[in-house]
Design a protein around this ligand. Structure first.
Ligand code: NAI
Length: 272
């Protein structure tokens, strides 16, 4: 259902790889709500992904950018303003990657070159994106910037590996940069902490099936889907959330405030 919540708003959406991506669903929902945007992803991901299909469907243009490259980001912001015909109202940072996770390197046996790369891609890229937007004065007043995170930033999930540290860093950047963006440009910055979701990045985490089933059984409303996340992002891009900023917002069916649920307790007792 469309409410025209984003009519006339212009933005940039990072991270749509395939139709499972949270960014993909978000692009579809933003389009339905009347928003226009530029799609971007790392050049290498474009060869693997199906982003052209999404661009066609949503009438969007694609600008490749490696989110760790300041030069690429500057080009992205400049070109986006040209294409969209002015300043930007919303940005979604939906980027995450850990080489240690991908290559099965244990948290206690990290390859630090990989750790550094993962931090650059998953967290520092958010700072770089915001610094580029800030310096170019590219955001309209009352604009909204959202990044995606996971609760391993607050609590221990052993197989989430160095991504837990990356997410803690990402959430801190949202608060720290959010202060300056709010004070100087009236732009809000938030992170959404999403349930485990079956996407390329999500499924890369060791033991993901158990992870997702456990979270679902623990949450009174069940896991939030990629579409639920897209809807939440739409609300944060809309004028209905104008003074929500510096927040880490849970979209997780209630998981983050649970101790134990009946369903998990039952499974635990059965297996004794
Ligand atoms: P996805 O694999 O569809 O999206 C990750 C995206 O990051 C891909 O499009 C990839 O090309 C992009 N990317 C990687 N390196 C890049 C670079 N150097 N420059 C630009 N883009 C780059 O997976 P998903 O799940 O949609 O991930 C989106 C965000 O949601 C990530 O931040 C992820 O950590 C977060 N998240 C995912 C959860 C899950 O269980 N899937 C749970 C909570 C948060």
């Amino acid at each position: 259902m469309s409410y025209n919540l984003l009519k006339g708003k212009k933005g940039i959406i990072f991270g749509a790889l395939d139709e499972n991506s949270i960014a993909w669903k978000t692009a579809e929902r933003v389009h339905e709500e009347g928003g226009t945007f530029v799609l971007t992803n790392a050049p290498v991901a474009m060869r693997m992904g199906q982003i052209n299909e999404l661009a066609e469907k949503t009438g969007s243009q694609i600008i490749p950018a490696d989110a760790t490259s300041e030069e690429d980001l500057q080009n992205l912001v400049e070109k986006s303003m040209e294409i969209l015909g002015g300043k930007i109202d919303f940005v979604l940072h939906s980027i995450g990657m850990s080489i240690n996770v991908r290559k099965g390197k244990h948290y206690t046996d990290q390859n630090y070159a990989w750790t550094q790369k993962g931090t650059d891609v998953s967290a520092m890229s958010f700072h770089k994106t915001m610094q580029t937007l800030y310096k170019a004065d590219a955001m309209n007043e009352w604009g909204s910037i959202v990044a995606l995170t996971y609760m391993a930033a607050q609590r221990v999930f052993p197989d989430y590996n160095d991504m837990a540290d990356n997410k803690a860093y990402l959430e801190s950047i949202a608060r720290s940069f959010g202060y300056f963006f709010g004070r100087d440009k009236k732009v809000r910055v938030n992170t959404i902490s999403q349930s485990p979701t079956p996407t390329t990045a999500g499924s890369g985490v060791k033991g993901f099936d158990g992870f997702i089933a456990y979270a679902d059984k623990m949450s009174p409303l069940g896991n939030a889907t990629a579409m639920d996340c897209a809807n939440y992002i739409v609300s944060l891009f809309s004028d209905l959330t104008k003074r929500v900023t510096l927040q880490n917002l849970y979209n997780d069916g209630g998981f983050s405030n649970m101790g134990v649920s009946d369903a998990v307790m039952d499974a635990f007792v059965e297996n004794q």
